[in-house]
Design a protein around this ligand. Structure first.
Ligand code: SDX
Length: 376
């Protein structure tokens, strides 16, 4: 019997990314994440993940143009966002909107490579728009139209905040989007592949992935990290907080990983981004608390930070509200999900594992008094 949670089970083949959990290396289509974070932007990374190689200048212009041309939410989509109940959180709103978006795409159920590529660009363009529009509606602000001639990271910050973003913030957001774009068969990507393996459509697969990412053991962790930092409040309280949490068998959010046995390479890069942004804002308290928590958690439990730990302070320093953190993860990861859906559809076999039965066996049926009739 395999370990619980399909640990170490190789459930499919992929050429999209490779994780070396022992060495702490991550490669997108053979390129190391350090090189990508340093030298590639989100649009180039998306092209690489979708098509297997970096675009030529002409291909880059075409894809950016195609993604940019998709910007601008259908009016019916805005109506849905305005009608959502106040109780709808940002991830629930995004999940609902993406499911509805499919109803406005005539190619929604066409799983051909060409239609899937169009849908992937469609989703890449609309995710940030939906997140930003929903946030502005929920905070009593009118949604904005995208800026002309700028990258997705800059447009996303504009659509969220309504002011021209600083170059440092654009660069930091772009790196965050590159770093969160793809990570092998993580739970949400696995959901997308299982849905795609039934030959269901890309929108359905992405909706399944969104519901999976939401969980606090996965993409929801970054919000809980920020809530933890606020609760700790001061670096001198960090040690007691961690020791108390561990003594009570609580998880320190943003730590540990199913695959990495050393530090998550994305956390190393995000730590630098977080430090630079926090220093630029002049408020490094949460970064200092993070460092103390990192030190104590490793000393007490031998655990390393994962991608969610420093993304929390980086996004906070960008002025992004905590409740939006997981949607930022989704804005990036939709590229990985769509790449995996295309890979699954291109060489498909239904994903259907077995389970070990541990329930009752061979029970004798005795009639249930008075309940036989189908209708009363
Ligand atoms: C992401 O899969 C991916 O690639 C995901 C991701 C991606 O890019 O898609 O990398 C993004 O989801 C990162 C993870 C975000 N989640 C969190 O930060 C939540 C906190 N972390 C944990 O719950 C946990 O580390 C997981 C869920 C991430 C991994 O869990 P596993 O592999 O199932 O490990 P486990 O729960 O079996 O724990 C093994 C041991 C246990 O100790 P013992 O009971 O054996 O003594 O490690 C301990 C756990 O108690 N442990 C933790 C811990 N994580 C593991 N103890 C305290 N705090 C933690 N965070």
């Amino acid at each position: 019997m395999n370990k619980a949670g399909l640990e170490d089970v190789v459930a499919s083949q992929t050429a999209i990314s490779y994780i070396d959990g022992q060495k702490g290396d991550l490669f997108y289509r053979g390129y190391h994440i350090n090189d990508l974070a340093e030298h590639a932007n989100f649009e180039q990374t998306a092209y690489l993940l979708w098509f297997g190689d970096f675009p030529t200048e002409e291909q880059y212009r075409r894809v950016c143009g195609l993604v940019h041309d998709q910007l601008g939410l259908p009016k019916e989509m805005m109506a849905i966002l305005f009608d959502l109940p106040d109780t709808a959180g940002p991830m629930q709103a995004l999940r609902t909107a993406i499911s509805a978006l499919a109803l406005h795409d005539p190619e929604a159920n066409d799983n051909s490579p060409e239609a899937n590529q169009q849908k992937a660009m469609h989703l890449m363009a609309h995710f940030p728009e939906i997140v930003a529009a929903n946030y502005r509606i929920a905070t009593g602000q009118w949604p904005l139209q995208p800026m002309e001639r700028c990258g997705l990271a800059a447009n996303f910050l504009w659509l969220l905040k309504g002011c021209e973003p600083e170059p440092l913030h654009v660069e930091a957001m772009d790196k965050c989007l590159v770093l969160h774009a793809e990570h092998g068969l993580n739970a949400s990507t696995f959901s997308a592949r299982v849905a795609a393996s039934t030959l269901s459509d890309m929108y359905s697969a992405v909706t399944a992935a969104l519901g999976t990412l939401l969980g606090p053991l996965h993409g929801g962790a970054n919000q809980h990290v920020m809530e933890m930092l606020v609760e700790v409040g001061d670096p001198k309280h960090a040690e007691a907080y961690v020791k108390n949490a561990l003594a009570n068998k609580q998880r320190i959010m943003g730590f540990g990983h199913r695959v990495y046995k050393v530090e998550d390479p994305r956390a190393i890069i995000l730590r630098e981004i977080s430090k630079e942004l926090c220093e630029q804002t002049g408020n490094i308290k949460y970064y200092e608390i993070s460092e103390k928590i990192r030190e104590v958690t490793y000393a007490e439990k031998g655990l390393y930070p994962n991608v969610d730990f420093y993304s929390a302070t980086a996004l906070h320093a960008l002025g992004i509200k905590t409740e939006l953190f997981t949607t930022i993860f989704a804005v990036s990861r939709v590229v990985g999900w769509t790449a995996h859906v295309m890979e699954q559809h291109a060489d498909n076999r239904l994903i259907r594992p077995r389970s070990e039965y541990i329930g009752h066996k061979n029970r004798t049926f005795t009639p249930i008094p008075g309940c036989r009739q189908a209708y009363h």
